[in-house]
Each structure stands twice: as structure tokens, then as C-alpha cells.
Design a protein around this ligand. Structure first.
Ligand code: GLN
Length: 191
């Protein structure tokens, strides 16, 4: 079988650290910057970074509609700023999003102590970097992990959301990349 290809939206943010995690799963890693890259991609990572800047660049490069169409039919994993792009409602301040699944997110909201911190999730060290808080999740979304009583990892058969960064830890692949790889395989197996 042809290996899957994960396309990472490479307009801004934390991009290259994902490469060794993805390649450790025997999945191809492709940086996506223009619409012509999209055809070869089976699934997307929306990286951490600054969601406001990403949105601005998506608009400047005219990618909004084509990305919305791609995200509707392929698996997507959003990390931190990427999670903000996937939410159905964004606050602090209000911001546009792709509204891929039904949850609300508040930007930059753990405050000082969580501006940046490292914890273990499923025995894998992950980093919170100016992370948003997920404060409402629809019943059909699985909450995989919580931290400080708030959801930090969400899953559906097509989508994954983490408000933390696993890619900065240098043990490959991370538990989260592994589970996203499994999600992609299961998604295409069902056809
Ligand atoms: N604070 C950023 C935002 O609001 C997200 C931070 C991150 O992706 N690590 O977009």
C-alpha cells in the first residue's frame, strides 16, 4: 500500500519539529504552502504558532475556501493555534475559525503559570506554550485527556485537537503522532 502523506500547513509556526515524528511512523511529511500541494495530502496538521497570523496569511494567499473543502473530507489535527483554527467559537478576543468541530476555545487563557510548562500525558512529555483553554465540548467529541480540569486533547473519527505541543519532545514518534497515524489509517479503512 502507498504510504500516507501528512501535509502540515506551513505558513507560520512550529513546523519542522513534526517531521521526525511523522517519518518515524513511515508516513510522508509535506509542507503545504499553496493550493497545488493539496492533492497529494491525505491528512493535515495545523501547527502551533499564532492563530491570528495564520488566518491573515490564509486570507492573503487566498487559501480559505480550498482549505475548508480539504478539511471537510480529510483527517485534521490542530495543535494549540491549530486547535484555535478548528474550533466552532473563539474568544479572548473573538476570531474567525474553520469550525470543524463543535467546541469553544479561549485564547491565551491559562495565565502566567501556564504561559509555558511541561507535563506528561499518557507518559509522554508535552509542552503548553501560551495555550488556549477549551471550555465547552459537544457530547459527540471524545475528551481523551484533561489537565487542571479542562480538556486538552479531543478526538473524533476524523479530527484531533491538542492544546499542547508534543512535537518538541525528541523521542519519536510521540504518543499523539502515533494516535493520529492510527486515526488516519482507520479513517481510510472505513472508506
Ligand atoms: N497563543 C497562540 C494563539 O492564540 C497559540 C499558542 C501556540 O500555538 N503555542 O494563537
Amino acid at each position: 500500500m502507498k504510504p500516507f502523506t501528512i501535509g502540515i500547513l506551513a505558513l507560520q509556526g512550529c513546523i519542522d519539529p513534526h517531521r521526525p515524528h511523522v517519518e518515524a511512523l513511515d508516513i510522508k511529511f509535506k509542507e503545504v504552502k499553496t493550493a497545488k500541494h493539496l492533492e497529494e495530502v491525505d491528512a493535515y496538521i495545523l501547527p502551533g504558532g499564532e492563530s491570528t497570523t495564520m488566518l491573515r496569511l490564509i486570507k492573503i494567499f487566498g487559501l480559505k475556501e480550498i482549505l475548508a473543502m480539504e478539511f471537510a473530507k480529510k483527517p485534521v489535527w490542530g495543535i494549540c493555534a491549530g486547535a484555535i483554527l478548528m474550533a466552532s467559537k473563539v474568544t479572548n478576543p473573538k476570531q474567525e475559525s474553520f469550525s470543524l468541530l463543535d467546541f469553544e476555545i479561549e485564547r491565551n487563557s491559562y495565565g502566567g503559570q501556564l504561559q509555558s510548562t511541561e507535563i506528561d500525558i499518557k507518559d509522554y512529555p508535552v509542552s503548553f506554550i501560551r495555550a488556549p483553554i477549551i471550555n465547552k465540548v459537544s457530547d459527540d467529541i471524545e475528551v481523551v485527556s484533561k489537565y487542571k480540569n479542562t480538556p486538552v486533547w479531543l478526538k473524533t473519527p476524523q479530527y484531533m485537537v491538542t492544546t499542547f505541543h508534543p512535537e518538541l519532545t525528541k523521542t519519536y514518534p510521540s504518543q499523539m503522532h502515533k494516535e493520529f497515524g492510527e486515526l488516519i489509517a482507520a479513517y481510510y479503512e472505513k472508506g
